[in-house]
Design a protein around this ligand. Structure first.
Ligand code: NAI
Length: 334
């Protein structure tokens, strides 16, 4: 029986890259019943609501969702669709592997890192207020429960992906209470996984070490804002946002999406690189217990980008989004 997946095309290049990802997943032979639901800027313009309840319900009902990027206005306007989906559906772990793809030009080779970012707390709790005119306060929420489950998720991911080490990234020297709590919890959880090495790094030092020698890390786990920033850094180590997948995972459902945004500067021209979303779909297939299909997609990406013949403009080629997706499908079938 086909497995239902909620598909959210999103804004900007979203419809283009989701269409390509859908074709590539279908070509694996895994039967998917794609159920398309709206969210984002266009939906807000039409209805005054950027994230309809029916979309949230569909994500929860189907467990799996594949989401294109959605625009978020800076300053005034509606709240980020992503942050709302993560909080409303309690998608507490953001899973972001950063793996080198031979052929994508970067300064490093053979990078294979996993960043696990807490996804619902920290400074993204949306708790901001004006104390007095000219002074605004944003609350950074860290809880024992939130820290425990995300660190446990990181250790379980380490086991699932055959990793040797988990590093807790923090700023407990300055944020003694909040990051002190996170670190204490991390140490307790680590004791339950004696087969995995555990260490700690202060966030600013971790940023420097990741650039100097990324090979010293393996799985990194941290609170929300640190994870947002360092996972973009690790994306940069493997060729940028156009290549980096992610999964937002909770107990009740999981939403897979590219790390990049709506790319308004190239939207509608059919030239966006769909790799990040296609690799996100491969993460989804793995979580659906379809590892062979996931591997076929990942191998096709490595082959086509490695050959450098049919790649999109951001990778130095001239292929359209559809031509690149066709090349992936052809590579999967050889
Ligand atoms: P962006 O990631 O959309 O674009 C940054 C640069 O990277 C642009 O030059 C763009 O053309 C290029 N780029 C991004 N993805 C690409 C792809 N797949 N292929 C080729 N080139 C690509 O970041 P920006 O401009 O900061 O954000 C634009 C909008 O996207 C904003 O409204 C932002 O809130 C939203 N956004 C949404 C995200 C999501 O839904 N997951 C994540 C990040 C941003």
């Amino acid at each position: 029986m086909a497995r239902a997946v909620t598909l959210i095309p999103g804004d900007g290049i979203g419809p283009e890259v989701t269409a390509a990802a859908r074709r590539v997943v279908d070509a694996t032979g895994v039967a998917i019943d794609w159920q398309v639901y709206p969210a984002g800027e266009d939906e807000f313009a039409k209805t005054g609501e950027a994230l309809p309840q029916e979309t949230l319900d569909a994500i929860e009902r189907n467990y799996f969702a594949l989401k294109g990027p959605t625009a978020t206005p800076s300053g005034a306007g509606y709240r980020s669709v992503n942050v709302r989906i993560r909080q409303k559906l309690d998608l507490y772990a953001n899973f972001r592997p950063a793996k080198s793809i031979p052929g994508a030009s970067t300064r490093y080779e053979n990078i294979d890192l996993i960043v696990v970012r807490e996804n619902t707390e920290g400074l993204y709790s949306g708790l901001e207020h004006q104390v007095v005119p000219g002074v605004v306060e944003s609350l950074r929420i860290i809880t024992e429960k939130g820290s425990e489950r995300v660190v446990r998720f990181a250790f379980e991911a380490a086991i699932q992906y055959g990793r040797r080490k988990v590093t807790a990234v923090h700023k407990a020297n300055i944020l003694k209470m909040s990051d002190g709590l996170f670190l204490n919890v991390a140490r307790q959880v680590a004791k339950k996984y004696p087969s995995i090495e555990y260490d700690e790094s202060i966030v600013d030092a971790a940023a420097m070490k990741l650039v100097l020698n990324p090979y010293q890390f393996d799985v990194l786990v941290m609170e929300n804002l640190f994870g947002d920033i360092l996972s973009d850094l690790t994306s940069g180590l493997v060729g940028g946002l156009g290549l980096t997948p992610s999964g937002n995972i909770g107990e009740k459902c999981a939403v897979f999406e590219a790390v990049h945004g709506t790319a308004p500067d190239i939207a509608g021209r059919g030239i966006a690189n769909p790799t990040a979303l296609i690799l996100s779909a491969a993460l989804m297939l793995r979580r659906m217990d379809e590892p062979h299909a996931a591997e076929r997609v990942e191998n096709a990406v490595r082959k086509v980008i490695g050959e450098r013949k049919t790649v999109t403009g951001d990778l130095g080629g001239s292929a359209t989004t559809n031509q690149y997706a066709d090349a992936l499908i052809a590579a999967m079938n050889t």
